[in-house]
Structures are given as structure tokens and as C-alpha cells.
Design a protein around this ligand. Structure first.
Ligand SMILES: [Zn+2]
Length: 85
């Protein structure tokens, strides 16, 4: 039995077996290249990570790192004109 994984664009619902195609499609909706979208996702991940650290250990240092991560993400979004809730 063969099993196929179908990838689907979260924005427009376009489907493909080719993961790369869908990654390009999703990035294009945001006006980003695939590499830029990856970078953006890493920045968002960093914010989540730093926020988890702050909730476990809140001090001046962790607060600052969380703040820096948020600003990095905001700068990236501003630069690329991304608005996401
Ligand atoms: Zn799409």
C-alpha cells in the first residue's frame, strides 16, 4: 500500500504532494521568500521560547531577552509589512 502526504497551503488551500511548492505558496501570500518565512518562524519561535523562560524564571535578564526577541520579531514584520494577529 502506498501512502501519500498532501501538503496544503494555510492561506488559499492549494494542495500538492510537493512540500516545497506549498512552502513557496504560503511564503508568497506574505510577500516573503521561503528563506524569509523560515527566518520569521524562527523569530516567532524565539519569542515563545523566551516567554516560557520568563514565566519560569522572571528577572531582569530574562525580561530583557524576552523584550529583545519581541522587538526583533516586530522589526522583521515591520520591514516586510507583515500584519498578523
Ligand atoms: Zn496559497
Amino acid at each position: 500500500m502506498k501512502q501519500h502526504i498532501i501538503y496544503e497551503c494555510e492561506k488559499c488551500g492549494k494542495r500538492s504532494k510537493d512540500r516545497e511548492k506549498i512552502m513557496i505558496c504560503e511564503a508568497a501570500h506574505l510577500g516573503l521568500s521561503v528563506a524569509e518565512k523560515k527566518e520569521w518562524e524562527q523569530l516567532k519561535e524565539k519569542v515563545r521560547y523566551k516567554s516560557a523562560i520568563v514565566s519560569g524564571c522572571k528577572n531582569e535578564q530574562t525580561d530583557k531577552e524576552f523584550d529583545d526577541a519581541i522587538h526583533e520579531l516586530m522589526d522583521f514584520e515591520k520591514l516586510h509589512g507583515i500584519e498578523e494577529s
